[in-house]
Design a protein around this ligand. Structure first.
Ligand SMILES: CC(C)(COP(=O)(O)OP(=O)(O)OC[C@H]1O[C@@H](n2cnc3c(N)ncnc32)[C@H](O)[C@@H]1OP(=O)(O)O)[C@@H](O)C(=O)NCCC(=O)NCCS
Length: 177
């Protein structure tokens, strides 16, 4: 049988059905191995790649205004990057991340994409234009909501802009994603 070409959907999460939102929570628990008591805070948009009616890859985007050196910077926060284990190395995450860039820069008009990842994943994102920034950032801890610091994040500059990532202390102005 001929392979079906993949299809992409972009959905605004508050408009999704309760059933779809439950399916996404189940996906997160399975792919990221999250314990059932872990709280999952949804972002703003889900980008999903489908093979026929089977959903095989996900990227979530959240719109946020963070502070860098005390100045507001509009970012598209990217998270939840994941592909079903049986469908990896087929270019699906790359496809979803390109669609996320299109959404962030052409629809939401943010200045930068921003994500957090383990150092060993920097090459994966680097292939798609993401740049590592080895600086600390301040955010609220998910469990305690207390201010805390972490190191290292990646940014994706808007293709239409020459703006460099600004200097100064980075404050996510809330929880991470
Ligand atoms: C990481 C992950 C999202 C990759 O998904 P995928 O659909 O297999 O990725 P793609 O097929 O689009 O790969 C794009 C490129 O990255 C490379 N790549 C894929 N997985 C990689 C990995 N784990 N480490 C380094 N490079 C990787 C591919 O070889 C491909 O390179 P190429 O363009 O030179 O051929 C997937 O392995 C996954 O879901 N892992 C578990 C969840 C996770 O760790 N998510 C990342 C959180 S930061």
């Amino acid at each position: 049988m001929a392979e079906t070409s993949p299809r992409i959907s972009v959905e605004y999460i508050p408009d999704m059905s309760a059933e779809d939102r439950k399916a996404i929570t189940r996906w997160y628990r399975e792919v990221f191995n999250l314990p059932s008591e872990d709280m999952i805070i949804p972002g703003d948009y889900d980008i999903r790649v489908w093979e026929g009616d089977q959903w095989v890859s996900l990227v979530e985007v959240v719109q946020r205004t963070i502070l860098v050196g005390g100045q507001p910077v509009r970012v598209g926060g990217v998270g939840g990057v994941s592909t079903h284990p049986e469908h990896r190395y087929k270019g699906y995450s790359a496809m979803a991340l390109r669609e996320a860039a299109h959404l962030m820069f052409d629809e939401l008009n943010v200045e930068f994409g921003m994500l957090f990842c383990a150092p060993e994943m920097e090459t994966f994102y680097g292939k798609l234009g993401w740049q590592p920034i080895h600086k600390p950032f301040r955010h609220l801890d998910h469990e305690t909501s207390q201010p805390t610091w972490d190191e290292n994040f990646m940014i994706l500059p808007s293709p239409g802009s020459s703006r460099q990532w600004p200097d100064g202390e980075v404050d996510l102005n809330g929880h991470g994603w």
